[in-house]
Design a protein around this ligand. Sequence first.
Ligand code: TMP
Length: 217
Amino acid sequence: MARGLFITLEGIEGAGKSTVARGVCEWLGRQSIRATLTREPGGTALAERVRQIVLERGQERLSAVTETLLMFAARAIHLENLIRPALERGDWVVCDRFTDATRAYQGGGRGVDAAWIESLAGQVHGGLQPDCTLLLDLPVPIGLQRARSRQAGAVDRFEAEAQVFFERVRAAYLELARREPQRIHVIDASLPLEAVQQQVAAVLGRLSPLPDQGRAP
Ligand code: TMP
């Protein structure tokens, strides 16, 4: 059986990834394609524990290098236990963030060496790249305003960052999209949800011919 397609969603805080990811799964369901929805860092019980370590604002310092290693540790667990098995059984995997987030946040935002990130990516997922990445792009002030207006509970280590950090992250994402236009599709996420979903459906529609594998019975 051919493997399913691997779709990732990326963007800064407040871009609406989680809502769009659910919409992508519903869209796939309407095409009779089985989809597994997941997220990073996290996605499995163990990887969610790593997520907690990397996001919480605790007493101890966490360097940019440590943060990068933890992102890849969570990713390795997630790939082995969820992503690869799902793709191999023919499901499509819809993942809220993947290695582009490390490139944008740790590379662009924190200044971690890009070549080192690529070397870790090579070791952790080698030939497995997303087939399609939806980059939900919007101006940073709008994203942060949206994120802060719906914030419940404590602010995590990334949410506590200043606007200038997210400007670097956004710029890094747009540079990735410029370099890989076949894979990374920039979606204008400043528009109302319906318009965002229309852009996403247009991209997904172009992924056809949709494979027979992974179709729900
Ligand atoms: P979320 O907001 O999508 O739940 O992601 C949690 C945070 O983790 C978000 O601020 C981005 C950050 N992150 C990285 O910095 N690097 C990564 O590789 C991933 C997957 C997430």
